[in-house]
Design a protein around this ligand. Structure first.
Ligand code: LAG
Ligand code: CA
Length: 476
């Protein structure tokens, strides 16, 4: 099902990568709810193999389907979901059911479960070798059968055509649904057969009525299918029964905001770009994989490390109506394997947040002014279309969202200065990038829209931010 069930038709979710449940609950109450975020994607919640050094990617190696991870146990998860729902923020769980662990000896999980991976024996589920595909490595991505029936990076590959496997997956997902979540990210969906996923999704129970969902609501499904256009598996095979994460989105925008292609080409963004239809896509600038060179994307993916152009690309993502948007929220890293900030015993250290700045090793892009203000912009703009497109023939662009919001972006080494059509009703507006409305005052640039909808817009080339954005009304 392709609808995220956000409260009040909110527009965006944030991936709080490796955050603990208790910290997420607090963040829902103190920040995400009031600021209009629609949801949070949490890191995988099942019990995973403990890998020495505690790299983040151990969480993509299930050893059982108990809810217990470095983010917390089942009661902490339940408490988080309840508190986030109460703050009008929905929870989405990253579900890893293509595979179990790779080989490890001994193999012990976060909850103490053990396994014999080399025998494909996972007694805590239980799964035995009969539940897995035979051992073979994926090497030829032109061969869809190999991609689905062999092992991704040596991770033992479950056979989702088996009734026992289907039942175990459905039982796990239903257990999470009962705790009040709104949907699921399906990890490695490309490595599972669409016909098996269709059956598994069709058996899932409805969302919890006691958690506040309307009767007969089906879980929101968005699937990780990396299809850059040249492999055996196609993203369109998965759009009948859920959304698909559109990886081209962040790749193209990365190229553009790095200056490899002119921003004026974004005029027809979403069409003719080889992107999925808007209603089928979940999009982001970067994710936990491609921000560190894992998965696909390559070196042009923008991350928090490219802060200025990252914020510009994110502003475009959130200003444009294409797709369901997700924001990445990271911890600082140089080594791509290293896990979240943690004590010597492996306990994750909570982010410390002062004046919207996270310390203790956390980045918290979602607390960056330019980003959360654009989350609000997207909520205000609702479903209104792109109108009043303008560009200078190169890297300066602007457009409105109907009569509700207006954004200008200067991606050039020349100043942007001119009378642009904003589409907004005449009046004074506060640029939410250089400031915000506090009390009755604009702490940033004030923009005056005249009767004909035009306003004088100025973004110097050397401005802190290459973006200006105004919108009607107030949200929160
Ligand atoms: C995903 N999407 O399909 C996740 O977004 C991605 O983060 C997962 O890979 C992958 N699927 C499997 O769930 C991550 C790391 C891998 C890591 C894997 C399992 O990107 O590097 O593999 O999680 O932990 C690691 C080692 C491999 C090794 C494997 C098995 O990096 O070298 O072969 O574990 O031991
Ligand atoms: Ca598979």
């Amino acid at each position: 099902q392709k609808h995220p069930y956000y409260v009040d038709d909110r527009g965006t979710m944030v991936h709080l990568f490796e955050w603990k449940f208790q910290d997420i609950a607090r963040e829902c109450e103190e920040f995400l709810g009031p600021m209009g975020f629609g949801g949070v994607q949490v890191s995988p919640i099942h019990e995973n193999l403990i890998i020495p050094g505690r790299p983040w990617y151990e969480r993509y190696q299930p050893i059982s389907m108990k809810i217990h991870s470095r983010s917390g146990n089942v009661s902490e998860f339940q408490d988080m979901v309840r508190r986030c729902n109460a703050a009008d923020v929905r929870i989405y769980v990253d579900v890893v059911v293509n595979h179990m662990t790779g080989d490890a000896n001994p193999a012990r999980g976060v909850d103490g479960s053990t396994a014999e991976p080399s025998l494909k024996s996972y007694p805590a589920v239980p799964f035995t070798s009969a539940d897995f595909h035979r051992t073979c490595a994926i090497s030829n991505y032109q061969n869809a059968t190999e991609v689905r029936d062999c092992e991704l990076s040596g991770l033992h590959d479950l056979d989702q055509s088996k009734e026992h496997v289907r039942a175990a997956i459905v039982e796990y997902m239903d257990r999470i649904t009962d705790l009040g979540v709104a949907g699921f990210r399906i990890d490695a969906a490309k490595h599972m057969w669409p016909q098996d996923l269709r059956i598994i999704y069709s058996r899932l129970k409805n969302l919890s009525v006691s958690a506040g969902f309307p009767r007969n609501s089906r879980p929101f499904i968005y699937q990780e299918v990396i299809d850059l256009g040249n492999e055996g598996v196609k993203k369109a095979e998965y759009t009948d029964f859920g959304r698909v994460i559109e990886f081209n989105f962040g790749i193209v925008l990365g190229n553009m905001f790095r200056g490899l292609e002119p921003l004026k080409d974004l005029k027809n963004w979403g069409n003719g770009w080889g992107l999925l239809p808007s209603g089928d896509a979940l999009v982001m600038i970067d994710n936990h994989d491609n921000q560190r060179g894992h998965g696909a994307g390559g070196a042009t993916i923008l991350t928090y490390k490219d802060a200025r152009i990252y914020k510009m690309a994110t502003a475009f993502e959130l200003a444009h109506p294409y797709g369901t948007t997700r924001i990445m929220s990271s911890y600082s890293f140089t080594d791509p394997s290293v896990g979240p900030p943690a004590d010597s015993d492996g306990t994750i250290i909570s982010p410390k947040i002062t004046n919207n700045v996270c310390t203790n090793g956390w980045i918290c892009e979602h607390r960056w002014h330019q980003i959360y203000q654009m989350v609000i912009f997207r909520n205000v703009a609702k479903r209104s279309p792109v109108e009043n497109w303008w560009d200078n023939g190169n890297n300066q662009i602007s457009f409105s969202r109907g009569r509700l919001g207006f954004i200008a972006i200067n991606g050039e080494t020349e100043d942007l200065r001119g009378n642009l059509t904003t589409g907004l009703p005449a009046g004074k507006y506060c640029d939410v990038i250089s400031g915000e409305v506090r009390g009755n005052k604009c702490t940033g640039k004030t923009i005056e829209v005249t009767e004909n909808g035009k306003a004088f817009i100025e973004i110097p080339a050397n401005a802190d931010d290459g973006v200006l954005a105004i919108h009607i009304g107030r949200t929160s």
